[in-house]
Design a protein around this ligand. Structure first.
Ligand code: MD6
Ligand code: FE
Length: 200
């Protein structure tokens, strides 16, 4: 079942990746990466997060949700930069703007457990992701958590689209291969996931 899953390796060339990183550094200076915790247990995630856009995805003891402000600064999230909006317009095949851009940052050893992106109101819109920095091992399964999975390498500059019948497939990041990219001066991996949250 691969329909709706689109991997676009090398969508951004090195110069474009550098521009994205510069824009992200500016945004993250205003909305710093923070360490979210799991609902109920309060266990910290290994991935650090921030958001751009009118709504940001957060996880805390109370649960998962979208909210308009940064949980630590209380400030609205910075705008989604133009070149990031542009990739959505190019690949999403969806007529409305994304509202949320989750920024995930992985240091060595960080991972993201198998999950579905299901906190949005409108699954008609795809989720579009952009990877920057070290290569990640992305695991993708089916619509059931127990189903068969396979892996895919996501490298710097790659775009991945989960839409249509693949919109609610389980997926996660097994690990990040340190030292595979020179893009980020302190190493690690940045991933952006763009989502439409509300029904237009
Ligand atoms: C990551 N990505 O690449 C995590 N979700 O760091 C995701 O969880 C994801 O890449 C939905 C669609 C595409 C993705
Ligand atoms: Fe996801």
């Amino acid at each position: 079942m691969t329909s709706g899953l689109k991997h676009l390796p090398g969508y951004f060339d090195r110069a474009a990746q550098e521009e994205l990183v510069a824009l992200l550094r500016e945004a993250l200076a205003k909305a710093p990466l923070y360490t979210p915790v799991m609902p109920k247990s309060g266990r910290p995630l290994t991935v650090r997060m921030s958001n751009l856009g009118s709504l940001g995805w957060v996880s805390d003891r109370g649960g998962y949700r979208y909210q308009p402000t940064h949980p630590e600064t209380g400030q609205p999230w910075p705008a989604i930069p133009g070149p990031v909006m542009a990739v959505w317009r190019k690949v999403a095949q969806y007529p409305h703007e994304p509202e949320a851009c989750l920024v995930n940052y992985y240091r060595e050893g960080a991972k993201l457990g198998l999950h579905r992106d299901e906190d949005e109101e409108d699954f008609a819109a795809p989720v579009v992701s952009v990877s920057l920095g070290d290569t990640a091992i992305f695991r993708i399964g089916g619509l059931e958590r127990q189903g068969k999975t396979e892996t895919l390498k996501l490298s710097s500059g790659d775009v991945l689209v989960l839409g249509g019948p693949s919109r609610l497939r389980y997926h996660g990041i097994d690990r990040v291969l340190s030292g595979t990219s020179t893009l980020l001066k302190d190493g690690g991996r940045l991933n952006l996931t763009l989502r439409r949250v509300t029904k237009p």
